[in-house]
Design a protein around this ligand. Structure first.
Ligand code: FES
Length: 157
């Protein structure tokens, strides 16, 4: 059976699309809805979004592959994204990244066997003045130390 949005999500997409003079301009927010609904943006989800926006699936695929916030494969319950760009690197991002690899037992791009964490290295999170920065499920954590990061991970339900 082809992938479909649930009625409420489809309605949400239609409301988003209606805000733009051209349907194609809604591609990012509609992709966010797709990712939230399906957990990641599969080729089927790209095709679904393309159909809604009167785009070719390849055009949607190009957007999804350009932006790191879209997941092209299933991810864990928590997506931990470590900024490795210059400012954060100078402020200790390598130590943060190394600690995360050890603590979670996985490499960037992998998910823990229990499905709880996916680890990713990303480019600048636009928090350069308060590095090192990590984003967990879209929430920023800045000026991190290993101890602060451990407290954050320990506090996750
Ligand atoms: S360099 Fe890390 S947020 Fe910009």
């Amino acid at each position: 059976m082809a992938l479909e949005f649930k009625p409420a999500a489809l309605e949400e997409c239609r409301r988003i699309i209606a805000k733009y003079p051209r349907k194609r301009s809604a591609v990012l927010p509609v992709l966010y809805v797709a990712q939230r609904e399906f957990g990641y943006v599969s080729e089927e989800a790209e095709a679904l979004v393309a159909k809604l926006l009167d785009l070719h699936a390849e055009e949607v695929s190009g957007v999804v592959s350009f932006y790191t916030m879209f997941h092209r494969q299933p991810v864990g319950r928590y997506v931990v994204e470590v900024c490795r760009t210059l400012s954060c690197a100078l402020m200790g991002a390598d130590d943060i990244a190394s600690h995360l690899r050890k603590r979670l037992g996985i490499q960037p791009g992998e998910t823990t066997p229990d499905g709880r964490f996916t680890l990713r290295n990303v480019e600048c999170l636009a928090s350069c003045g308060t590095g090192p920065a990590v984003q967990i499920n879209g929430v920023y954590h800045e000026n991190l130390t290993i101890q602060a990061l451990d407290r954050i991970l320990d506090s996750l339900p």
